[in-house]
Design a protein around this ligand. Structure first.
Ligand SMILES: [Zn+2]
Length: 149
């Protein structure tokens, strides 16, 4: 029985996995995440998504390793994923995108700060006297290409 469900979850329909389809349905539904916490038994991240079939009830979606598990009937019946997992996956993707954007902004700000705080190099001004006293101008070395005479 479990093997059949696992095979069903890996199967793709129209090139999409079951989770990708769940994410699309979740995005279309606009369902919110109404609670966040940790599962007491193992400290896994747990998120609550409202049930649509039973108003007032919430389903708990738990992040176990790298995959999501839900306590709804549809999770087992529908290829080990459901619209609640889709809601959470979409939220996690949005959070990851926002985090990446904040990181990129922080890097840009830090780079700008460093560039602003870096002292400008002192470029000595050259005068004609300096040029006349340049080492090659003063050199008597026989190998100097500039002193050929
Ligand atoms: Zn569910």
């Amino acid at each position: 029985m479990a093997k059949r469900v696992a095979a069903k979850s890996a199967a793709q329909v129209n090139g999409q996995t079951a989770l990708e389809r769940a994410c699309q349905r979740a995005a279309a539904s606009g369902w919110p995440i109404v609670g966040r916490g940790w599962r007491v038994t193992d400290g896994a991240l747990a998120l609550a998504v409202p049930s649509q079939s039973e108003p007032g009830k919430r389903h708990m979606v738990v992040l176990v390793g790298a995959h999501l598990e839900c306590d709804c009937k549809g999770y087992v019946d529908y290829a080990l994923t459901c619209i609640h997992c889709g809601v959470v996956a979409n939220e996690m993707a949005a959070e990851a995108q926002a985090f990446a954007a904040r990181q990129a902004e922080a890097r840009r700000t830090e780079t700008a700060k460093r560039a602003a705080s870096k002292p400008t190099p002192i470029v000595p001004t050259r005068s004609d006297a300096d040029r006349a006293s340049a080492p090659l101008a003063r050199s008597n070395a026989p190998f100097s290409l500039f002193k050929a005479s």
